[in-house]
Design a protein around this ligand. Sequence first.
Ligand code: FEO
Length: 392
Amino acid sequence: MDAVKIADDIYWVGAIDWNTRNFHGYDTPRGTSYNSFLILDEHPTLIDAVKAPFFTQLAQRIRSVIDPRKIEYIISNHSEPDHASGIRMAQALTGGAQVFCSKMGKENLRMNYGDLDVKVVEDGSEMKIGKHTLKFLYTQMVHWPDSMMTYVHEDGILFSMDAFGQHFASSKRFDDEVDEGVLFEEAEIYYANIILPYGPQVIKALEMLKGLDLKVLATAHGILWRKNIDKIVGKYMAYANYSTEPRAVVVFDTMWGSTQIMAELIADGIASEGVPVQICRVSDTPRSTIMREVMMSRVVILGSPTLNNGIFPSVADIGTYMKGLRPKGHYAAIFNSYGWGAGTTKQMRDLLNGSGMEFPFDDLQVQFVPDEAARAKCKEFGKKIAQKILSG
Ligand code: FEO
């Protein structure tokens, strides 16, 4: 396996994980990659290790351009196992290269991988490794407290860690070499499932990047950006500000079909006002796909049947997941189909409390199979949601 040159004396030496289909609960139908980089200079430097089971790929790619024992420095931008669980092996491969990381990185590396000889680099500090100058930018909570980015002045390359990533395995490395529709879809799914809770921290990070000449955004996952830098940065700024589109998503599950009838009629009411709407049945749709729809939609309509006087388990699952990702600035609407015990809608509201979503609509509950009057109410519910969207 060979390294891929991304600039003079700078190589991608990462690992492609074609087969993973689940990344801590996030469905990854296109696999992923753990991107590492090698800078050849007076003090050869490795940027990040990879996930430990993929270390052989890293080692082979390094060997394709340099004897690994010549590497003197390893920059660890982030301690999460997908980028750092191979760090001990990387140190051994290089014969003891010095590891550099952020202040919090030092402690997190120790807690995850045991005692390592690491040196802390300060936020905003610079390090000459020969003809290249590395600048370290702390980007706390994008995506862990220890995260930082490393910028190479001379080449305008930003090793941006998780930011701008996608879970997208490919034999290609750059955004102008792959289908842009797929790339942006995966980047949006990634933001919705990994970065969404950290809007203020993303804005802070983007502010830091403003003065930099960016020629390549070398993310730690998926495809590197060189053609669409402004576009992906613009999207990050929009999502970090929790901006939404005038559309809606109905997220539901069903037991005997009544909640599905309600979901479809509500969506019909929304669409009848000219507002785009997507329906996602939870048991048939990956959480990560649903979260992209949630992130982009102004109104999220959550529907559940009542089971044992409570929320249907799959709906409780997506509600818990959604709440954790805190889609602020969205409106939520609740609907429920029940048999004999009303009250599940309150549990659904309680579940989403703390998500940052507002509840401007009355809940809609229907007993057993919706009759003509109930069907009309569902459609009307959808129309009201659409009118709220259209009114801004
Ligand atoms: Fe890709 Fe936060 O690790």
